[in-house]
Design a binder for this molecule. Structure first.
Ligand SMILES: *[C@@H]1O[C@H](CO)[C@@H](O)[C@H](O)[C@H]1NC(C)=O
Ligand SMILES: *[C@@H]1O[C@H](CO)[C@@H](O)[C@H](O)[C@H]1NC(C)=O
Ligand SMILES: *[C@@H]1O[C@H](CO)[C@@H](O)[C@H](O)[C@H]1NC(C)=O
Ligand SMILES: *[C@@H]1O[C@H](CO)[C@@H](O)[C@H](O)[C@H]1NC(C)=O
Ligand SMILES: *[C@@H]1O[C@H](CO)[C@@H](O)[C@H](O)[C@H]1NC(C)=O
Length: 461
């Protein structure tokens, strides 16, 4: 029953967060619905629990976990009708049970405790709707998904890892709308101070089993400009922890000189779904090479650095009038509808090597053309990047047209076939609730490879 209690509490919190996030009436209705659904499955779970106890006495220890998993599926209706087999047979047959056993198995019984920090560290920021939707919103999405996941434990003593939910990317500047990161270090420092004063877990491990998200340009360095990021470095109090970050390169870099898991930038799965509803990924693609975004004609020399290392400037100069290229310099809200019409999508570096275009292109079936020397890409076990994308060296950007022509006449259809495997899209998108193979699932998978950092396991082994 511990398990059921656990779920009650997390749901409660989840609902509260959703309410905070969105104060419109519609939300209340859907929370009620969620609550109703929850009541229904708790009752059904209890029903099956007692049914099981009466009808079978084998492996009773499996049950509490299993009932919880049952809740989230359409399993219940199937079970009700298939009454000629035993319940345990039915349970083992349902997909969701299989999934949850699979994930429990592959996560190696990983348990994560989530600190319940004062709302000013996280949920308060959700008052601004952009906070949970912009490209840095993985910090919100991972928190949300973990709150409601099977790996969560409410008992910190049995946790392998401690998740510290601080949203640092939501202080949007009123001048230019970009997130201002100036408060990130003090906010994180104060969160760490709080948890290390109030609970013993930080001090006992020096934070090495604690997990943070750093989802902006230079990750754990908390600055958008590389030289400032490098000069500031990773805050000393985070250096022993595990950082989930979007920034990654294949060479040594001070901003990834910390235990880290590379995560994709956030792109709303709802926006992808609704774009694909109007235009399927294997539909007509009438744009050959697409890019929309900042392309400076005369990039400014900002303390010795030029935006995109001038790569985007070369792209603009060279292909702006090329009939096969569709290049636009201004924002357009409907630009996903352009990606889904395109064969190749250019993903050049900006200030940092990574860009949300990587996720948008893969999710919408446009072959990503990665132009960012040394970039390290997320979840390379799950997403076979070399088979679904093309990498062009920064210095070769002037021959893009020839390179793309060559691919179009040789292996384009192979790349597209690999790319259109839905597993790729799944792995790069964060859902509100963890789904097998999705981005949070991949994070858990990566964390389960770091269980040697679990204080609890070291202490008990
Ligand atoms: C369950 O139904 C199948 C046919 O659907 C039948 O072959 C089998 O004997 C039944 N089992 C029991 C235990 O009644
Ligand atoms: C948000 O950013 C501004 C500008 O950097 C800063 O003055 C302010 O203190 C920040 N707000 C919080 C709550 O940290
Ligand atoms: C953890 O260490 C800090 C610094 O040494 C100390 O101030 C704090 O009281 C300790 N926390 C606990 C819970 O003992
Ligand atoms: C850019 O500015 C730096 C000084 O900030 C200077 O040393 C460098 O020569 C400039 N580079 C170019 C190409 O203008
Ligand atoms: C497609 O061809 C290009 C260049 O000819 C090559 O670099 C790339 O690895 C190939 N990709 C696949 C998936 O075969």
């Amino acid at each position: 029953m511990v398990e059921l209690q656990r779920t009650t509490k997390s749901r409660g919190f989840y609902v509260r967060m959703k309410l905070l996030h969105n104060r419109h009436g519609r939300q209340e209705k859907s929370s009620c619905y969620r609550y109703f659904r929850w009541v229904v499955w708790v009752s059904l779970s209890l029903y099956f629990f007692s049914y099981y106890l009466i009808s079978s006495s084998s492996k009773p220890t499996l049950l509490p976990k299993t009932t919880v998993s049952v809740s989230k599926t359409s399993f219940v209706s199937r079970a009700l009708f298939e009454s000629n087999t035993t319940l345990s047979q039915q349970l083992s047959r349902t997909k969701q049970i299989h999934l949850s056993e699979l994930s429990r198995g592959s996560f190696d019984n990983l348990k994560v405790y989530i600190y319940d920090l004062p709302l000013r560290y996280n949920a308060d920021w959700l008052a601004n709707e952009r906070c949970s939707n912009h490209l840095f919103a993985a910090e919100v999405a991972i928190h949300k998904a973990l709150m409601d996941s099977d790996v969560r434990t409410l008992n910190p003593w049995e946790a392998d890892f401690f998740f510290v939910p601080v949203y640092v990317s939501c202080n949007f500047s009123t001048v230019n709308g970009f997130p201002s990161l100036g408060h990130a270090r003090p906010l994180l420092a104060s969160a760490v101070q709080l948890i290390s004063l109030e609970m013993p877990f930080w001090n006992r491990s020096g934070g090495s089993d604690h997990v943070f998200v750093a989802s902006h340009d230079y990750g754990a360095c908390f600055h958008a400009m590389e030289e400032v990021a490098i000069a500031d470095g990773i805050p000393p109090f985070l250096k022993k922890s595990i950082i989930l970050q979007t920034f990654g390169v294949s060479f040594r870099h001070p901003c990834q000189d910390v235990e880290n898991v590379l995560i994709p930038p956030y792109v709303s799965p709802e926006s992808i779904r609704s774009t694909l509803e109007t235009a399927p990924e294997n539909g007509k693609r009438d744009i050959w090479a697409f890019f929309r975004g900042k392309m400076e004609v005369h990039p400014k020399n900002i303390s010795g650095r030029f935006y995109s290392k001038r790569v985007r400037t070369v792209i603009w100069e060279k292909y702006n009038r090329h009939r096969k290229f569709y290049l636009k310099r201004h924002r357009f809200v409907g630009y996903q509808s352009e990606i889904v019409r395109s064969v190749f999508c250019l993903c050049p570096l900006g200030w940092a090597p990574w860009s949300p275009r990587l996720v948008e292109s893969v999710a919408l079936g446009c072959v990503p053309i990665i132009i960012a020397d040394g970039i390290r890409l997320p979840f390379s076990d799950a997403v076979r990047w070399p088979e679904i994308s093309l990498t062009v060296a920064q210095r070769d950007v002037g021959s893009l047209d020839k390179i793309l022509d060559h691919v179009a006449s040789t292996n384009l259809s192979t790349i597209q076939r690999n790319l259109w495997d839905p597993a790729n899209r799944r792995a790069l998108l964060f859902n509100d609730q963890v789904q097998e193979g999705d981005a949070t699932w991949q994070v858990l998978q990566e964390l389960s490879k770091k269980l040697q950092r679990s204080y609890r396991r070291r202490a008990t082994s």
